[in-house]
Design a protein around this ligand. Structure first.
Ligand code: PGA
Length: 268
């Protein structure tokens, strides 16, 4: 199995965990860290290239500084769930990349289906954000995926094709990460089967080959998201085009997050 891309386990906390709960999570993660296998810890210690395991969480804005401060000593990076594409200015209620960099946040989440569904995000705005954030030096996790109605109408590939065509940045970047998240699987307990995930990921990778060339496509991580749990993570990661998970509910408890990291570590 080609594990040259490494694996990323990313927790999307959504609108959960204020500063106090974030502190509690960090304390529990620190005390549980020692129980990770040598194999997982070794993979987490790899700094670049093949065999590398990354752990990351996306807390709400108000918990970012707490997370940055309290994850010292354990290799859990911190990302932001929503970042504007402009670098500053009159955008009431928005947060800029520069503000996040100042507190050591290195990753942004773009195009999540909840942002699309409730806050008017589109493929075009996801692309604008992704390009701006990549230019500013962030790692960008770009989400896409079909709804249940689209899957039932056998439109999955057509939808993915449109989202990738209109949402991907014009230029490839080594800090670009994709997250295939079928909307019907998010928060529903209905995980895509490993085969369904692999089909969508292989389709997406073929699109990346056409857009960015084979070498760049081979280097791009494609995460799966949608009801990932410690129980199903290994089955998903066993597929050759699944390079990690974007995990909501099962990332909220440190024990469960560590179990996801442990599951990923067993492949490296
Ligand atoms: P879930 O959320 O794991 O709770 O389904 C995934 C996501 O929305 O990123």
């Amino acid at each position: 199995m080609d594990r040259n891309r490494g694996i990323l386990i990313a927790g999307n906390w959504k609108m959960n965990h204020g500063a106090r709960a974030t502190s509690d999570f960090a304390a529990a993660a620190k005390s549980g860290w020692g129980s990770l296998s040598d194999r997982a810890r070794k993979a987490l210690a790899v700094t670049a290239g093949p065999g590398k395991l990354d752990a990351l969480v996306f807390p709400p804005f108000l918990s970012l500084e707490t997370a940055r401060r309290e994850f010292t000593g354990i290799p859990v990076a911190v990302g932001a769930q929503n970042v504007h594409f402009e670098e500053k200015g009159a955008f009431t209620g928005e947060i800029s990349g520069a503000m996040l960099k100042e507190i050591g946040v290195g990753t942004t989440l773009v195009g999540h289906s909840e942002r699309r569904q409730y806050f008017g995000e589109t493929d075009a705005s996801a692309k604008k954000r992704a390009e701006s954030h990549l230019n500013q030096g962030f790692t960008v996790v770009l989400c896409y995926g079909e709804t249940r109605a689209e899957r039932e109408a056998s439109r999955t590939e057509a939808v993915l094709e449109r989202q990738l065509r209109d949402g991907l940045p014009a230029e490839w970047n080594e800090r670009l990460v994709l997250a295939y998240e079928p909307v019907w699987a998010i928060g529903t307990g209905l995980t895509a089967t490993p085969e369904q995930a692999e089909d969508a990921h292989a389709f997406s990778r073929a699109f990346l080959v056409k857009k960015y060339g084979a070498d760049n496509a081979a280097k791009t991580k494609i995460l799966y998201g949608g009801s990932v749990t410690p129980e199903n993570v290994r089955g998903l990661l066993a597929k050759p085009n699944v390079d990690g998970g974007l995990v909501g509910g099962a990332s909220l408890k440190a024990e469960s997050f560590l179990a996801l990291v442990e599951g990923a570590g067993s492949f490296l």
